[in-house]
Design a binder for this molecule. Structure first.
Ligand code: SF4
Ligand code: SF4
Length: 379
């Protein structure tokens, strides 16, 4: 049996990168979108590719991102409806540039919601500000109220000295204490208790900006913020479960950066006919290593070899570390040349980690049992 036969890929969600064109050209854009780029998917293409994935995978969530997905106009509405009709939850990630007045804001959101859109993610921060004034964000925030979304989340990337902050957004929206997705250490909160009375989660998701995509050149290392809880050392769960479809119709590992530019993360044109070849990519030792030990540990592995190419010592996030590793041909060459050593090293590390975690769980359980016995005895 090959490794692929053990079904490395088990896609639960997919991000459709609808277009690389955008109404903005943000300095931190991890997929380097801009008004000048032109690749775009049509509804028919999206439907064909989702159908191909649905032949083998039980997709639960489809995320429509970009570039700016609203540029697909009615094709986006049709794609949302197509998923809704198949009981697939949907999310749109947008920059709100289209909310030029209240009527336009409400009209666009209503169209998406009527097609069944579940989650609305709106990006807003200092990097968007030169292109998209904050009044558009304010319009979307208020226009989304009461439409019945599952969630309305503002994605706020920040660095040292940012102008657009959590407090500024609360002031802009005229609402103090808006719910937050992460705590100050970057640890995710339990979200259901934070839901509004109308059932929707209205929240702000603050995360430090990464030096990814265009940000690699444009974001100064002096300005980035490292949070202990952000997990640059995380292992990657997404590579097995959450690929992305590129604006050119290719299946790629994820939307963490422009993965289509990296051969190891670019699985090929997506159609029913190509699924077999895509599944066979699950044999790749590098993909396994990313899930077992994560990109940051792999950077440590390549750093011990000659000719490695590593830009940063510390990384803001797992995906920033991944681009530093996988975006450099010299590092991929090292991983390929030492494939057998890499496999053994990854397995040994993963085993040690599993043993450590099992020991910690055992300790926690024993402590809880001792506590409970002590309480019983004193009652
Ligand atoms: S970050 Fe979003 S809004 Fe900004 S250029 Fe990239 S896709 Fe467009
Ligand atoms: S760690 Fe790498 S493969 Fe995984 S989601 Fe991030 S960029 Fe993609």
């Amino acid at each position: 049996m090959t490794i692929a036969n053990m079904k490395f890929f088990d896609f639960q969600s997919v991000t459709v990168l609808t277009t690389d064109k955008c109404t903005a050209k943000c300095a931190h854009c991890c997929v380097s979108s801009s008004p000048k780029r032109k690749a775009k998917l049509s509804f028919d293409e999206i439907r064909g590719m989702l159908d191909a994935l649905l032949d083998e995978h039980q997709l639960k969530v489809v995320v429509f991102a970009g570039g700016e997905p609203s540029l697909l106009k009615n094709d986006l509405v049709k794609a949302i409806r197509y998923c809704t009709d198949r009981n697939i939850h949907t999310r749109v990630v947008t920059n709100a540039s289209w909310a030029i007045d209240e009527q336009r804001a409400r009209g666009m959101l209503k169209k998406w919601r009527d097609a069944g859109l579940g989650d609305l993610n709106v990006s807003a921060d200092d990097y968007h500000l030169p292109y998209i004034p904050l009044d558009r964000l304010n319009r979307v925030w208020h226009a989304a109220k009461g439409l019945g979304f599952n969630s309305v989340i503002i994605a706020l990337a920040y660095q040292k000295g940012s102008y657009v902050t959590y407090d500024r957004l609360c002031e802009l929206f005229g609402e103090p204490d808006i719910a937050q997705v992460y705590d100050e250490n970057g640890i995710p909160k339990e979200l259901d208790p934070l839901r509004d009375d109308d059932g929707t989660l209205y929240a702000i998701c603050q995360r430090p900006a990464s030096r990814s995509g265009r940000g690699l050149k444009l974001i100064d290392t002096e300005d980035v913020i490292h949070l202990d809880g952000r997990g640059e050392y995380s292992t990657c769960p997404w590579i097995r479960s959450s690929p992305a479809i590129s604006p050119r119709g290719e299946l790629v590992s994820c939307c963490g950066f422009e993965a289509r530019r990296v051969k190891a993360l670019h699985y090929g044109t997506l159609s029913t006919a190509t699924l077999g070849a895509i599944n066979a990519r699950g044999d790749d030792v590098v993909l396994h290593a990313l899930t077992m030990v994560g990109p940051k540990r792999l950077l440590e592995f390549v750093r011990e070899k000659q000719n490695s190419d590593v830009t940063f010592d510390r990384h803001v996030s797992m995906c920033e570390a991944c681009e530093d590793l996988m975006g450099k041909p010299a590092n991929i060459k090292i991983l390929r040349e030492h494939a057998a050593e890499l496999a053994a090293w990854s397995i040994a590390r993963a085993k040690r980690k599993a043993q450590r975690q099992a020991a910690q769980r055992k300790q926690a359980l024993e402590a809880a049992a001792a506590d409970s016995e002590a309480q019983e005895a004193s009652a």
